[in-house]
Write a new protein. Structure first.
Length: 146
């Protein structure tokens, strides 16, 4: 079988057509008034984006300042409470020594167990409150046998 040679001009073809989009170069010509309008629209869009970004950054900075102030107040409050706690603890120990009351020796775990037991105040032995009537004791017209 014989092959037929075909001559192609690849130079002219590559100049008139963009390989990636397969559109001809002449399709990309945009009228100047449309191009100017697009540029103005892009500038306005970029300006609006920068303004939104600046506003958002200012809001974040303001929120950060507020949170830093709140944090510093909480730290000061915590430090003041620690001082009060230390003073009350010292006073309690002084009173225990003065009145010769032994320390309970409660740790955190024992305290939590104690609190867990007290969390159900209605759970108690009701037998201490039961009243059993004697046989033959009357109440009204009826006789109870117990």
């Amino acid at each position: 079988m014989g092959l037929i040679a075909v001559k192609m001009e690849s130079e002219g073809f590559s100049r008139t057509q963009n390989w990636k989009t397969k559109k001809s170069i002449t399709d990309k010509v945009v009228p100047s008034h449309v191009q100017l309008r697009r540029q103005a629209q892009n500038r306005a869009s970029q300006r609006a984006f920068r303004e939104r970004k600046k506003k958002h950054m200012m809001e974040i900075e303001q929120r950060l300042t507020e949170l830093e102030e709140k944090h510093s107040k909480l730290i000061r409050s915590h430090e003041a409470l620690q001082v009060k706690y230390a003073n009350v603890k010292q006073e309690l120990e002084a009173l225990r020594r003065e009145y010769k009351v032994p320390s309970l020796g409660f740790g955190i775990r024992e305290w939590e167990e104690c609190q867990a037991e007290l969390s159900y105040p209605l759970l108690f032995d009701a037998s201490a409150f039961c009243y059993e009537q004697e046989v033959g004791e009357q109440k009204g017209d009826r006789v109870y046998s117990g």
